[in-house]
Design a protein around this ligand. Sequence first.
Ligand SMILES: Cc1cc2nc3c(=O)[nH]c(=O)nc-3n(C[C@H](O)[C@H](O)[C@H](O)COP(=O)(O)O)c2cc1C
Length: 185
Amino acid sequence: MSNNIIGIIVGSLRKASFSKKLAKSISTMAPSEFEFKTIPIDDLPIYNQDFDDEDRVPESYVVFRNAIKAVDGVIFVTPEYNRSMPGVLKNALDVGSRPYGKNTWDGKPAAIFSNSPGNLSAFGANHHLRQCLVFLNVPAMQQPEVYLPDMKDAFDEDDNLKSKETKAFLHQAVDAYIDWFNKLT
Ligand SMILES: Cc1cc2nc3c(=O)[nH]c(=O)nc-3n(C[C@H](O)[C@H](O)[C@H](O)COP(=O)(O)O)c2cc1C
């Protein structure tokens, strides 16, 4: 039986990103018959419809759109910027959604794992992202909702989660996503 491939998309570009550290943890939690693969969004120019309309699509768009087409589902790991998702993540959604009629996200089951250095857990980013996924026809896992607070002190010097409870919750959320994915597909 062929593996299901789940893309992990991180809504932060910074080197020491807590979201990147979480994504690294999540990528070790794939069960058998699943592969978790991080899809970078770092080098996507800001979406401009002229690129598609005038047939001068950046190579990085082609690579990204093909990467989304090649996965069966997506886990978004995102922080919050100004009570919404970071622009880089919204831009990745936009790039993957076009040209019109060729939405690469279409029908791919997703999970949203939001996090913050303090105690708010990026609720605003989580739910703005959910709003976009409705239009992109991406079913998003409802439960468990994954809000991860206090990431500032969550990792050791090797970028591993220090708290067994947080790691267990993350694992439980990944398992719930896989169960739900299997029911949908
Ligand atoms: C432009 C900007 C806006 C931010 N707005 C929020 C916010 O609305 N809520 C929040 O919890 N943190 C906010 N932060 C702090 C981020 O949560 C923090 O920088 C976090 O470490 C970013 O995620 P990362 O570690 O994955 O890069 C903001 C940071 C930046 C740079």
